[in-house]
Ligand binder design. Structure first.
Ligand code: ADP
Length: 306
């Protein structure tokens, strides 16, 4: 058994419009790197990034604590975190740390856990950021590709995305509130009209069909959410314009990435991705907001690199 291991885990986009709390997609826009090293003392965190260093408040720390307890490990562990995924922008930042940590721990102790169990442990880490356990981002970041999350019991279904699928993600330069996920969950309606539920269900089904048929256009065209996006979009300055511009530039579909504020446009390798990106920047500029644009592809899951 090794005494130190480094794992890289990708960013992810959750929901994909109608798949609220159910769909996730790993994207190669950003990566977190986690190094676990066995020590003789307690669990500790080293990082240069602006995230909590108390293991109880850090997704990676919480995962290590939970796994140490579950597998009765006697070692202490030092967790080195190199953030690449910006925290709090709807790109699954806290989830990427949790995902990398689970894979590193599994390899370090030769546990050979199955996919659902890995995702379950990664999900327990999310309690440190969102306050609740949710699996959409961690499932994508652990397993890679497109994931459908079923809970009670947890059952994650993975589908390989089309090779030619492309996304443009606009990450606005905004101050995000500390408990952003909690705040953005607070604005979602508690009750939905049956007709809206039917619309979202048909669109979500078509998104899944798009992944099965390896059809980026069907995926993009079906990313239409009449329940959560309308309730949240006011929290993103310029959202309507960003969306309209990207669609005019040829995007198949546009929605909020996770709980936002990043906005994601779906296309394929034949799309004019630079034009879509520029159109999104202009949309944010119309609301006096700067943004970083990343053109990306679906990603594989968390991988050992050292
Ligand atoms: P997102 O998925 O949009 O990145 P989250 O709400 O899941 O947003 O995560 C951001 C919050 O989680 C931040 O407030 C941050 O302090 C906290 N957090 C805890 N652990 C980590 C971690 N390892 N990496 C990033 N953020 C973390």
């Amino acid at each position: 058994m090794v005494s130190s291991i480094t794992v890289r885990a990708p960013s992810s986009t959750a929901n994909l419009g109608p798949g609220f709390d159910v769909f996730g997609l790993a994207v190669d826009a950003f990566f977190d790197e986690i190094t676990l090293t066995k020590t003789k003392s307690a669990v500790s965190i080293i990082t240069d990034d602006n995230i909590p260093t108390n293991p109880e408040n850090n997704t990676a720390g919480l995962v290590v604590k939970n796994m140490i307890k579950r597998f009765k490990i006697k070692d202490g562990i030092e967790i080195k975190i190199k953030k690449g995924v910006p925290a709090g922008f709807g790109m699954g930042s806290s989830a990427a740390s949790a995902a990398a940590t689970v894979i590193a721990f599994d390899k370090m102790y030769g546990l050979k856990l199955d996919g659902n169990t890995l995702v379950e442990f990664a999900g327990t880490g999310e309690k440190a950021s969102a306050g609740t356990i949710h699996y959409d981002n961690v499932a994508a970041s652990v397993l890679g590709g497109f994931v459908i999350v079923r809970t009670n019991p947890l059952n994650v279904i993975k589908i390989e995305p089309p090779m030619n699928m492309r996304m443009c993600i606009a990450v606005p330069k905004l101050e995000v509130p500390k408990k952003k996920t909690k705040v953005s969950r607070g604005v979602i309606p508690k009750k939905v009209r049956l007709i809206d539920s039917v619309t979202n269900l048909s669109n979500a089904s078509a998104v899944v069909a798009g992944f099965m048929k390896k059809d980026p256009k069907l995926i993009g065209n079906s990313i239409i959410d009449v329940i959560v996006e309308p309730a949240r979009q006011h929290m993103i300055p310029g959202f309507a314009k960003v969306k309209e511009n990207a669609m005019k530039a040829g995007a198949f579909g546009v929605t909020i990435s996770g709980a936002g504020p990043s906005v994601i446009a779906f296309s394929d390798s034949l799309g004019d991705l630079k034009k879509i990106s520029l159109a999104m920047s202009k949309g944010f500029a119309s609301a006096n907001t700067k943004c970083q644009i990343v053109i990306c592809k679906p990603s594989k899951g968390a991988t050992v690199i050292k």
